[in-house]
Write a protein that binds this ligand. Structure first.
Ligand SMILES: Nc1ncnc2c1ncn2[C@@H]1O[C@H](COP(=O)(O)OP(=O)(O)OP(=O)(O)O)[C@@H](O)[C@H]1O
Ligand SMILES: [Mg+2]
Length: 221
């Protein structure tokens, strides 16, 4: 956003410095917002690096705009600057599922609603690609939101849908092992909220594929 004399973005604070992105909180045209600037990873090949950064941003923009059209609970896109690889999105008021679980504040039923939200994402023809508990947020009224769509796929294959459940399963096992049957609750919500959508694999196909992936990993690991 260089060279713009009037800056409608007003910075408040940095909230996250990750491997891929710097995320800050601020105000965009009067509304609480998040600025996410993707940075090159410093690979040896700078051209490839810059292409990867740009493609992740383009993917995130495409997924968010598609989801916005169907009122999916994800941030709304407010501004895109391709040159700087940055986007401004609406701020979600709430906490990452990771923190909620680590602090022992998880409400009964929340994991099942997480599963329902994942199914809704899939029914809209999108896989997430990085479904960890850091990329799931719980709003102040307990609503579930998904964020961070840089690895999403539009028109995903069955394998990508099964992988979404497996990534979350691995994260729940590795970081939240004190919650027993957590993934089962997610899967239960995934199945119970599913409807039949043409061109989208059924919830039983997806959970079956998830079980296959899980077993594959077990035997290999
Ligand atoms: N719209 C939002 N509302 C509120 N908080 C957000 C929002 N977007 C991102 N955050 C916060 O910033 C963190 C990082 O954002 P995001 O997941 O989009 O970046 P990232 O690409 O994962 O960075 P990393 O390189 O570490 O993986 C999130 O886990 C969340 O805590
Ligand atoms: Mg993230």
């Amino acid at each position: 956003m260089s060279g713009v004399p009037y800056r409608p973005w007003s910075f408040e604070m940095k909230v996250h410095e990750g491997a891929e992105a710097t995320v800050s909180k601020g105000v965009w045209l009067g509304k609480p917002a998040i600025l996410k600037v993707r940075k090159p990873k410093g690979y040896r090949n700078p051209d490839l690096d810059s292409r990867l950064t740009k493609s992740r941003m383009a993917v995130e923009v495409r997924a968010l705009s598609r989801l916005q059209r169907v009122n999916f609970p994800s941030p709304s896109l407010l501004y895109v600057d391709q040159q700087d690889s940055s986007i401004i999105i609406s701020e979600i008021e709430g906490f990452p599922l990771f923190e909620v679980m680590v602090n022992g504040n998880l409400e009964e039923g929340a994991l099942s609603r997480v599963g329902g939200t994942i199914r809704r994402l899939h029914e809209n023809g999108v896989s997430h690609g990085d479904l960890t508990t850091h990329n799931i947020m719980i709003g102040t009224d307990g609503e579930i939101f998904l964020i961070d769509f840089g690895l999403a796929k539009i028109s995903p294959e069955l394998e990508n849908l099964g992988q979404d459940l497996q990534v979350l399963n691995e994260c729940l096992t590795a970081s939240h092992s004190e919650y027993s049957e957590a993934i089962e609750k997610v899967v239960e919500g995934y199945i119970s909220s599913s409807t039949s959508v043409p061109e989208v694999p059924s919830s039983s196909d997806v959970t079956q594929r998830f079980d296959e992936i899980r077993n594959r990993v077990r035997y290999l690991g």
